[in-house]
Ligand binder design. Structure first.
Ligand SMILES: [Zn+2]
Length: 277
């Protein structure tokens, strides 16, 4: 499974993964090296400490017991699994069955999350959950980065003056937080109304399941995005990069690329298609 994943580098951010509707979806995002969804349990995620699950559909979740089992062999210390609070009991039961089958216990902590909850995932990095719109309980996740920068009013000063002020104990830096990446899992277009801040995340990872007019209704019914939902909002995307995944097997990746180029010319240069072979 490893060999067929796709990779994308956006500045300091590396994204590896594989995603097709109904087959499996998983991504590894570094830094900090966490997983958004776990698919059917790719070995590429075997060493990852923090696993963020967006919802309970098996193409996003089924690999969890295997990954916990797999990692227990190499790393007997704790791992953290995050999921929507509404499904935590069922996720725990699924893992429990696997533990019983293997006559063992996996070292991990299950952490239920609700929209707005935050988790520290590394130095100056946090993940915040947000509500999405799917047919089962679901969450999306923002990766937040805290940065330190010179306070606005000091920018014009010569460097030695800033150094002198710092030495004298003045706070010359301020902390700013940015949404470095937002991962939406599976979602219908209602997510844009609920979370308009998605349009300004640096990197926006969005599912795009359907392309043709015949599947417009199907997308709405199953809580997925249709390319037309993105075309209708083209002007609103301020993101540096929009990464599309979760394309239906009915469509080839080249078709998605072509349609993006044709219908969203203003955005097309910032759109990446990340599906895996
Ligand atoms: Zn789903």
């Amino acid at each position: 499974m490893n060999g067929r994943s796709a990779s994308l580098r956006l500045g300091e951010l590396a994204i590896d993964g594989w995603s097709r509707a109904g087959e499996e979806t998983w991504f590894r995002v570094s830094p900090p090296g966490l997983a958004f969804d776990v698919g059917r349990g790719p070995l590429a995620l075997a060493g990852v400490r923090d696993l963020f699950v967006t919802h309970g559909h098996l193409d996003h979740l089924l690999g969890l017991p295997y990954l916990l089992s797999r990692r227990a062999l190499d790393h007997p210390w704790g791992r953290r699994v995050f999921c929507p609070a509404e499904i935590a009991e069922d996720v725990a039961a699924l893992v429990k069955v696997a533990e019983r089958l293997e006559r063992t216990e996996y070292p991990f902590t299950l952490c239920p999350l609700s929209p707005g909850d935050r988790v520290e995932v590394g130095r100056d990095l946090a993940v915040e959950a947000f509500a999405t719109e799917h047919v089962v309980p679901s969450l999306g996740y923002h990766l937040l980065r805290r940065r330190h920068r010179l306070r606005d009013e000091l920018r014009e000063l010569p460097a030695d003056e800033v150094v002198a002020r710092k030495r004298s104990g003045e706070a010359v830096e301020e902390r700013v937080e940015e949404r470095w990446l937002s991962f939406c899992g599976d979602t219908g277009p209602g997510v844009f109304e609920r979370q308009p801040e998605l349009f300004s995340s640096r990197v926006l990872m969005l599912e795009c399941t359907f392309l043709d007019a015949a599947h417009r209704d199907r997308a709405a019914r199953f809580g997925h995005l249709h390319l037309a939902d993105l075309v209708a909002r083209e002007e609103r995307f301020e993101n540096e990069a929009v990464v599309l995944y979760h394309l239906s097997r009915r469509h080839r990746p080249e078709e998605l690329r072509r349609e993006v180029d044709q219908w969203m010319p203003r955005l097309a240069g910032r759109v990446h298609v990340l599906l895996g072979a």
